[in-house]
Design a protein around this ligand. Structure first.
Ligand SMILES: *Cc1c(COP(=O)(O)O)cnc(C)c1O
Length: 366
C-alpha cells in the first residue's frame, strides 16, 4: 500500500463557495474526494483523488442491508500564519482500525491514508474557511460494497474521504445545553459495538434523541445498558464533571467511544495540575454532589463542539441547574486552549498539531 501512487483527476467545474456565515454543517462539500477500493484478491487498491461525485451501487450491496461501515470525524484549520493544520489525525486512523476490527472490515494503512488526506486537503485548500471558529470538517469512512444478501463480512469495500467547510459551532458564544438523562433506551451495551465508530450506533440513538428534543432538551445523557445507573456519554460526546476541585469522567469500557477530544482534555487538565479521576460514575452521585453544592461544572467533549458545557440535567422528574446555567471556568479554559492549539494561537506543548503545508499563492482565497 505504502508505495502505491495516488492518481489525481481535477474537476473541470469548480463549485461556488458560500460565505462563512452561511455555512451549514455537512451540507456542502469540497470539489474533490479521495476514494480507494478493496477486494479480498487485491487488498486496498486504486487510491485516487477525483472530483466530488456520486457513487453507483447495486441494490443488493451489503452496506444497505447489514450496515457494515465505520467512519471518522476530524478537522483541518488555517493557522494565523497561513499554515494548514490537523489535530492529532493519527489518532483518528488508529481508532478507525480498531472500529474496522470490530466490524470485520480489513484494516487500512494508517500512514498511507493520512498521506492521502493531506494530498486531498492540499488540492481543496481554498475550501478551508478562514474566519474565527470555522474549519474544514473531514469525514473518512468505509462501506461494504459486495452485492450479496448473505450475512457475512463483505469481500469488497470502499474507503472514501469527503470534506465539508463548517462555520463556527458557537455563533453567539459558548452556550450551555439542557440534557435529558435517558432511562429507557440505551446507546450500546458491553459486548456490542459502542466502542466502534459505526453508523449502527447512531441509528440506535435516534429515538431517544428525538424524544429528548420533543421535551425541549438538546441531547441525551446515556446510562449503562445493564443497570441504567452509570453515566456513559452525552449525545455523541464524552462527558466530564468537575466536583470539589477535581475532574471526573467515566472510565472507558466496552460501550463508550474513546474520543480524541476526551484524551486531549485529560492530558491538558493533568498538565495544569488538576486531578483527573477516571471511574464509574452514577447519576445518583452527581445529583448528590449537586445537593451538597460540590458539582461545579459539567461538559461534553467532541470534535464538532470541542467543549459543550452542560447547564441543566433532567433525570427521573428531577431537574438540576449546574453553575447557574453558565459556562464554567474550566470549560472555557479548555475550549480556548484546544481551539487555540488547533489554530496555532496557543503553543502546542504536546506535539498534537500536524502541518499539512503552507497556503499556496495561486489559490489565495478571494
Ligand atoms: C465521535 C464520538 C465521540 C467524540 O470523539 P472525538 O474523537 O472527540 O470527536 C464521542 N462519542 C461518540 C459516540 C462518538 O461517536
Amino acid at each position: 500500500m505504502k508505495d502505491q501512487e495516488i492518481t489525481v483527476t481535477l474537476t473541470q467545474t469548480k463549485k461556488e463557495k458560500l460565505p462563512a456565515d452561511q455555512l451549514v454543517f455537512g451540507k456542502t462539500f469540497t470539489d474533490h474526494m479521495f476514494i480507494m477500493d478493496y477486494s479480498t484478491e487485491n487488498g486496498w487498491y486504486d487510491p485516487r483523488i477525483v472530483p466530488y461525485q456520486k457513487i453507483s451501487l447495486d441494490p443488493s450491496t451489503m452496506i444497505f442491508h447489514y450496515g457494515q461501515s465505520v467512519f471518522e470525524g476530524l478537522k483541518a484549520y488555517y493557522s494565523q500564519d497561513g499554515k494548514i493544520q490537523l489535530f492529532r489525525p493519527e489518532k483518528n486512523f488508529e481508532r478507525m482500525n480498531r472500529s474496522n476490527d470490530r466490524l470485520c472490515i480489513p484494516p487500512v494503512d494508517e500512514e498511507f491514508v493520512l498521506k492521502a488526506l493531506k494530498e486531498l486537503i492540499v488540492v481543496d485548500q481554498d475550501w478551508i474557511p478562514t474566519a474565527e471558529g470555522t474549519s474544514l470538517y473531514i469525514r473518512p469512512f468505509i462501506i461494504s460494497t459486495e452485492p450479496y444478501l448473505g450475512v457475512s463480512p463483505s469481500e469488497h469495500y470502499k474507503f472514501m474521504i469527503i470534506m465539508s467547510p463548517v462555520g463556527s459551532y458557537y455563533k453567539e458564544g459558548i452556550n450551555p445545553v439542557k440534557i435529558h438523562v435517558e432511562n429507557e433506551y440505551v446507546r450500546a451495551a458491553a459486548g456490542g459495538t459502542g466502542k466502534a465508530k459505526t453508523g449502527g450506533n447512531y441509528a440506535a440513538s435516534l429515538r431517544a434523541q428525538a424524544n429528548a428534543e420533543e421535551k425541549g432538551y438538546s441531547q441525551v445523557l446515556w446510562l449503562d445498558a445493564k443497570e441504567k445507573k452509570y453515566i456513559e456519554e452525552v449525545g455523541s460526546m464524552n462527558i466530564f464533571f468537575k466536583i470539589d476541585g477535581e475532574v471526573h469522567t467515566p472510565v472507558l469500557n466496552e460501550s463508550i467511544l474513546e474520543g480524541v477530544t476526551r484524551n486531549s482534555t485529560i492530558q491538558l487538565l493533568k498538565h495544569w495540575g488538576i486531578n483527573v479521576v477516571e471511574r464509574k460514575i452514577s447519576v445518583e452521585e452527581i445529583y448528590e454532589a449537586h445537593a451538597a453544592g460540590k458539582l461545579e461544572e459539567a461538559f461534553g467533549t467532541g470534535t464538532a463542539a470541542v467543549i459543550s458545557p452542560v447547564g441543566e440535567l433532567f433525570w427521573n422528574d428531577h431537574q438540576i441547574v449546574i453553575n447557574d446555567g453558565k459556562t464554567g471556568e474550566i470549560s472555557k479554559k479548555l475550549y480556548d486552549t484546544i481551539t487555540g492549539i488547533q489554530t496555532g494561537k496557543v503553543e502546542d506543548p504536546f506535539g498534537w498539531v500536524v502541518e499539512v503545508g503552507e497556503k499556496q499563492e495561486t489559490v489565495q482565497s478571494k
